[in-house]
Structures are given as C-alpha cells and as structure tokens.
Design a protein around this ligand. Structure first.
Ligand code: F6R
Length: 242
C-alpha cells in the first residue's frame, strides 16, 4: 500500500465484512488483538466505521496477544489501558467479552492463569481473525527469538531490543518491564485468518527476513509463511526491501 492509512482502511473494511458474515451465521466473531504503535490507524478506522453505523462489536469477543508483567491494568502503559483508550471505549463491545492476560497475576498463579487463557480461547471456538504487528526482533506477540513454533501462552522475557523500543513510552529503559505474558506462536498460528501490519523503514529488514528468509524460531514471524491464510499489510517503506 502507498501508506498506512490506505492499508488500515482496506483491512478495516475486510474485518467489518468478516464480522458481519460470522454474526449472520449466528455466532460471535472471535478476534485476536495487538497493541503498540502499529495498530493505531487501524483502530481509528474501526472506530470510524462504528460511528458511521457500518460496524457493531456487540457480538465480538476479543483476546489480546500479551500484557506486561507487573503493570496494573490502570497503568497508562499497560495493554489493558491501551486497549480501552484506543478502541474499547469508543465502540459497543460488551465488557465481559474482552480478554487480556492479567499483568498482576502472582507468580504462583501464573501457570494456571496462562492455561486458563488458552482454555478461554478454545471455549470461544478459536480465533477467527488475529491482528499482529512485528517487532524488530521478528517477534509476533512477545515471542522473542528462540520461541518454539508450538509455544503456548506463558511468561516470556523481553529481548533487549524490544525493551529499547519501548523505552520512550515508559520514560526510560529502567521503567520498561522485563517480562510479559504472551500468547505463544502455536496459539497465534491456530487463528483461522491472520493479518500482520508493518509501517516505516525501521521494519523493512525484518519484514523481508520474515517473508523471504528461512522459517526459523529465530524469527517468529517467519512461521507465518506456513499459515494457510496470513497476509502482510505494508506501507511502501516497510515493503521497500522486498
Ligand atoms: C503488541 C505486540 C507486539 C507489537 C510489536 C510492534 O501487542 O504483541 O508484537 O506488535 O512489538 O510494536 P509497534 O507496533 O509499537 O512497532
């Protein structure tokens, strides 16, 4: 796409149509959602479609990819706060349909919390549409290099590059959490349709590696090459090395 606005608009229209089709078949649509800077124009388009009366989230269930460990839901950099601010507060999604890992889960309850998250996804019928960004380490969710293809929701350690990229938002590297809870590569790859967004020249190298390099656990996004319905939505800069 020439720019992120056009890419976001195209995908938002696709997703609105998918939600309508699934709802018309008599069941809620199950979405996997991402945070970070990348999805902002996309969420803006979804909100616009909702305001124009073209898209309802009344029968939508969402699962977020990840959450920082140690951040309460009311911390402005928590992904729970992010999702409220950037999407949920502006659309008609029922509060009980939102699922985000709990960053304040005590260590002794962490494993059970992650297993319960996986079970909730299963019980909802699996993810119809998974939105992804890509980190400069090639991560999807927070599946940093070395995350196995079959990994599930679990505690993960953030790569130094990922923490560096988050430092400005946290007002310094020392404030960036070291750990997160993330859906695994296996969890993500089970989604029936996947859309990965990437904008800007800083993502061009890793986009090229993910799409045209070897399929390897050193670049989690490369696993998408083997998915039957995954699409990369790129602006001109992010696609400039292809
Ligand atoms: C966010 C997530 C991450 C981001 C990635 C890109 O929920 O799981 O994989 O998508 O770190 O972040 P931005 O969009 O800020 O460049």
């Amino acid at each position: 796409f020439p720019d992120r606005t056009e890419a976001s608009r195209t995908l938002a229209l696709e997703l609105a149509a998918l939600i309508r089709t699934i709802n018309e078949s008599g069941r809620p649509a199950v979405l996997g959602l991402a945070t970070g800077r990348t999805p902002l124009p996309f969420y803006g388009e979804l909100i616009r479609l909702h305001r124009e009366g073209q898209l309802s989230f009344a029968k939508v269930i969402t699962f977020n990819l990840d959450e920082y460990l140690g951040l309460p839901g009311n911390h402005p950099e928590s992904y729970r706060a992010f999702m409220r601010r950037e999407l949920f507060d502006h659309v008609d999604i029922p509060a009980e349909n939102l699922n985000i890992p709990d960053g304040m889960v005590p260590p002794e309850a962490l494993e059970a919390h992650c297993a319960a998250y996986e079970e909730l996804i299963r019980a909802a019928g699996g993810i119809d549409f998974q939105l992804l960004g890509i980190g400069r380490t090639g991560h999807i969710g927070f599946n940093e290099p070395g995350s196995p293809r079959g990994s599930r929701t679990r505690k993960v350690e953030l790569d130094p590059i990922t923490r560096q990229d988050a430092a400005p938002a946290f007002g310094g590297l020392e404030n960036v959490p070291e750990y997160a809870i993330s859906m695994g590569c296996g969890t993500i790859l089970e989604a029936r349709r996947i859309a990965l967004l990437a904008w800007g020249a800083a993502k061009a190298d890793i986009v090229k590696e993910a799409l045209t390099g070897p399929v390897t656990d050193q670049v989690s996004a490369s696993f998408l090459q083997e998915h039957q319905d995954a699409t990369f939505y790129l602006d001109a800069e992010a696609g400039s090395k292809l």
